[in-house]
Design a protein around this ligand. Structure first.
Ligand code: BG6
Ligand code: MG
Length: 218
């Protein structure tokens, strides 16, 4: 039997939290007088909280003390968490559940590979923790995407080779990380942004289960 590792990013792949990260960063940027657009935000997707702040400060050519940075990092996370208070099953993106259920039926290995330190509470709130055999998140890694550490840890923990692993990602950094790891990269989003991915789908509703079947058999 073919057993593959299916590794899912969280924000922007399973749940629509990418928009909340954006809103929380935009608020900080506005306070600092920095223009921060959805285009700028593409560079922050998949990137750790600390690195994201540095990128925003670079954008505004602002040099800040560590104390200020620490304060903004706390502020950003508190603001972000305030969007998650009412989060539940309904915020799982369309098309995701049929794929997770199909993978379970096919006895495939499923992992979460997220840069977020808030990943576990989100899985709990949405009630889908049980689908994941392995969870690697921002608390487990020291190198942020595009470094492949998060995906390499996930595959290793599942006991599945990198070239037998498939990554679903909505970020450029995450697609690059999957490619560097020697895994199959599946971009979830716009092809013009995620053109480095081996496959791209606008969202999971565009993905037929026969595609997943073909990945299992590959
Ligand atoms: C990634 C998001 O999944 O997690 C980034 O795409 C975010 O936008 C990163 O900065 C870290 O998340 P958190 O929840 O630890 O701030
Ligand atoms: Mg993401």
């Amino acid at each position: 039997m073919n057993k593959k590792a299916f590794i899912f990013d969280l924000d922007g792949v399973i749940v629509d939290t990418a928009k909340y990260h954006f809103l929380a960063w935009q608020k900080i940027a506005a306070e600092l007088g920095i223009e921060f657009t959805p285009e700028h935000n593409e560079h922050l997707k998949g990137v750790s909280r600390v690195r994201s702040l540095d990128l925003i400060l670079e954008l505004g050519k602002i040099e800040a003390s560590q104390a200020d940075k620490d304060r903004w990092l706390v502020q950003k996370n508190e603001d972000y968490l305030s969007y998650l208070v009412h989060m539940n099953y309904s915020e799982i993106l369309p098309g995701v559940m049929p794929v997770l259920q199909y993978l379970k039926e096919q006895n495939q290995a499923i992992a979460l590979g997220s840069a977020s330190k808030n990943a576990r509470p989100i899985l709990e709130k949405t009630g889908i923790m049980e689908y994941f055999d392995v969870i690697i998140d921002g608390n487990d890694v020291s190198n942020a995407k595009p470094d492949p550490e998060v995906f390499l840890q996930a595959a290793r923990k599942l006991g599945i080779a990198n070239d037998q692993s498939i990554v679903f990602e909505d970020s450029v950094a995450g697609v690059q990380a999957a490619n560097i790891a020697g895994m199959t990269s599946v971009g979830i989003g716009e092809h013009n942004i995620l053109h480095e991915a081996q496959y791209t789908f606008k969202d999971f509703t565009y993905m037929d289960l026969s595609f997943i079947e073909s990945l299992i058999k590959k």
